[in-house]
Design a protein around this ligand. Structure first.
Ligand SMILES: [Zn+2]
Length: 225
């Protein structure tokens, strides 16, 4: 199995709040939710995403949902003494996660991250763009995640994308998901981001494709067997 990743900040003036994770049996993309002015937390969104990513890797021996619940709990403990974690705008992140273990691929999507799994039979595209569910300060946030499993021998390719990268397909319609995977197989995931940035640049006032951020942090983890 071969894994590639690509990530690029949406702006040159601020660090990316996306995180990509490639562990021995766990792949994930986390996208820190842009902070409001007042969050009740003295840490940055980037800090939150870093802690959650590190804890996810630490609990990768668990299944995706228990691992994320434990990561949320451990991250909470890191700043429950200093910050108001009951604040409605407390830092949080969307999560797309794939775990490969015992010949099974398990996925988890919480929020508008996208997991695409290409199998011999069909293309699974999993995302939850209709809600604003995220992984925040409470382990019960995991209850809202979309999860599933696929026998590993059926899996050909997998991609995990933050919403800032998935918009290449679901907003700009540069290609469909199957073509996006073919592009990544041929040129690597950075080519998807490059092509999307070119379109964003052409529509710098967000007129042709109305969107809140002209360019968003964009991250892709791509795996092929
Ligand atoms: Zn904090």
């Amino acid at each position: 199995m071969r894994t590639q990743m690509a990530t690029e900040a949406g702006r040159t003036t601020a660090p990316s709040e996306d995180r990509a994770l490639v562990g021995p049996n766990l792949l994930a993309v986390l996208d820190g939710v842009t902070a409001k002015d007042e969050t009740g937390c003295e840490h940055s969104v980037g800090w939150f995403a870093d802690q959650l990513a590190a804890e996810l890797l630490r609990f990768a021996h668990l299944g995706p949902a228990p691992a994320l619940a434990e990561a949320i709990k451990q991250t909470r403990e890191l700043h429950s003494g200093s910050c108001d974690l009951d604040h409605p705008d407390s830092p949080s992140a969307t999560v797309g996660l794939v775990q490969i273990k015992n010949d099974v691929l398990r996925y988890l999507v919480l929020g508008d991250a996208t997991v695409v799994v290409d199998t011999k039979q069909q293309l699974h595209v999993v995302s939850d763009t209709k809600t604003s569910r995220t992984a925040g300060a409470n382990p019960t946030d995991v209850e809202h995640a979309l999860t599933g499993e696929i026998p590993l021998h059926d899996v050909k390719r997998v991609a995990i994308l933050s919403d800032g990268a998935a918009r290449a397909v679901d907003l700009f319609n540069l290609f469909d998901w199957r073509k996006a995977l073919e592009l990544m197989a041929a040129n690597g995931p950075d080519d998807l981001i490059r092509k999307m940035r070119a379109v964003e640049k052409e529509d710098a006032k967000a007129v042709d494709w109305p969107r809140k951020k002209v360019s968003d942090d964009a991250t892709v983890v791509y795996l092929e067997r």
